[in-house]
Design a protein around this ligand. Structure first.
Ligand code: BGC
Length: 427
């Protein structure tokens, strides 16, 4: 066990002891005040909580934060299947290269070079996507069981340790596949998945080894579109992202290579639906796997539920030149779950909901507009709070009075920080 873990366990033990001590020491009138304070605190800690988009987990090891996922009996996580989506993204890029082999190698050196924009080295979705791309392109290197997901910086000579040269054979001809460069797109202040940083990176890469770049890949569309608009569109270099934001889908007709839909329309529904069900005190599957009285229901083609980790995962779909017309508006509610609930049977409730970074492309242009469509259908009055993407306290400061709300939907800045929120609900 490492020293950090030992320290953390010791602190937990001490916290346990001190709360026992408080409980036993209080006497007389003091007891009454303590009790009433405790009563209101425990009320908030019993309210429905949904974590979304950032699954409570250790940002170094990826290990899920089981305490946060089981915070109370009305706690859930809603996200999407990161591994399935990452495999799809990798395969989409590999298939594109194979089917465009005659034109893809721009300088004809026999090396298919790609650059990769990494969102957040501590975010499990970002890690999965980096791994999925490296796996599909043959550039993956393992450390123990896991594919390495750290950025290589620059690797034009193919000597980086976190990747290797892959190879692809088409029509009897062999090509080398090389990750020429990769970088975490993070601002100096600490905001991750940063699109302008990706826009700057592509100009630096292009000016130092431009014609070696045959493919541009990104962990998300926000960064992908910054690179596409800044460079690859005019150079006609296929660029691949993730999220199926409307602007990225639209750009497919102008040469954007493709993207992955993480079914945000299903995720946004699930985010609010689990709260609605918990507030109504009905079976959590209502309007999810089991049709509700308005006819809302999802099939297992679009989501799966992991009971052990109380996590709902939407399934992904590849969006390419073949099908992009079906995905042009990313903010439309998913038809099978777009029936409004009756207002008298499902009374309006107040929800506190935060977005970790108000500048995040996916959450801002796709997820939040969807939530705003569903909140109305589910009779939830949601207060939307935007963070700065850097500091948790910038958001938790806006949760000053949790007693005003019936339920909470939380999108952490860092996946390790669940306790910053639950400690407020425990007060
Ligand atoms: C999305 C990214 C987004 C990130 C924020 C990911 O699931 O694909 O676009 O920036 O979530 O947490």
């Amino acid at each position: 066990m490492n020293s950090k873990k030992v320290l953390a366990m010791a602190m937990v033990a001490m916290m346990g002891l001190s709360s026992v001590a408080c409980g036993t020491k209080s006497t007389g009138s003091n007891t009454t005040t303590k009790k009433s304070a405790k009563a209101s605190g425990s009320e908030n800690s019993k309210k429905p909580v949904v974590w979304f988009n950032r699954q409570p987990s250790n940002s170094s090891t990826g290990e899920l934060d089981s305490n946060a996922l089981h915070y109370n009996d009305k706690t859930y996580y809603v996200g999407f299947d990161a591994v399935q989506g990452a495999e799809l993204q990798g395969t989409m890029v590999a298939d594109y290269i194979k089917s465009h082999i005659d034109s893809i190698d721009r300088n004809g050196d026999g090396v298919i070079g790609y650059v990769l924009a990494i969102g957040d080295i501590g975010h499990n979705d970002s890690i999965a996507r980096t791994r999925g791309v490296r796996e599909a392109l043959g550039t993956a290197v393992k450390s123990g069981e896991d594919i390495k997901s750290d950025p290589v910086g620059t690797n034009t000579d193919g000597t980086a340790k976190s990747v290797q040269d892959g190879s692809i054979e088409v029509n009897g001809k062999k090509y080398v596949v090389r990750e020429l460069a990769s970088q975490e797109m993070k601002t100096s202040a600490g905001a991750t998945w940063d699109a302008p940083t990706a826009g700057n990176a592509i100009s630096t890469w292009a000016s130092s080894f431009g014609d070696q770049i045959d493919v541009v890949i990104s962990n998300n569309d926000g960064m992908g579109m910054a690179m596409f608009n800044g460079w690859s569109k005019k150079e006609k270099v296929p660029t691949f992202g993730y999220d199926a934001n409307s602007d990225a889908v639209e750009a497919i007709k102008d040469g954007y290579g493709g993207t992955i839909s993480q079914h945000a329309d299903v995720q946004a529904y699930l985010t609010l639906r689990v709260l609605r069900n918990a507030l109504d005190g009905v079976d959590i599957d209502t309007g999810i796997g089991t049709a509700d009285e308005a006819g809302n229901v999802l099939t297992d083609e679009v989501y799966r539920y992991d009971d052990k980790n109380r996590s709902y995962y939407a399934l992904n779909a590849a969006v390419t030149a073949d099908n992009y017309k079906d995905y042009l508006d990313s903010t439309v509610p998913y038809k099978p779950v777009s029936n409004k609930l009756d207002k008298s049977a499902h009374k309006e409730k107040k929800v506190w909901l935060n977005i970790y970074n108000s500048a995040d492309n996916f959450l801002g242009s796709t997820y939040q507009p969807l939530l705003q469509n569903y909140d109305d259908l589910l009779n939830l009055k949601v207060e939307y709070i935007g963070g700065d993407g850097q500091t948790e306290s910038n958001i938790t400061n806006k949760l000053g009075n949790p007693s005003q709300y019936d339920a909470f939907a939380i999108n952490m800045v860092k996946t390790d920080n669940a306790a910053s929120y639950t400690s407020i609900l425990n007060q």
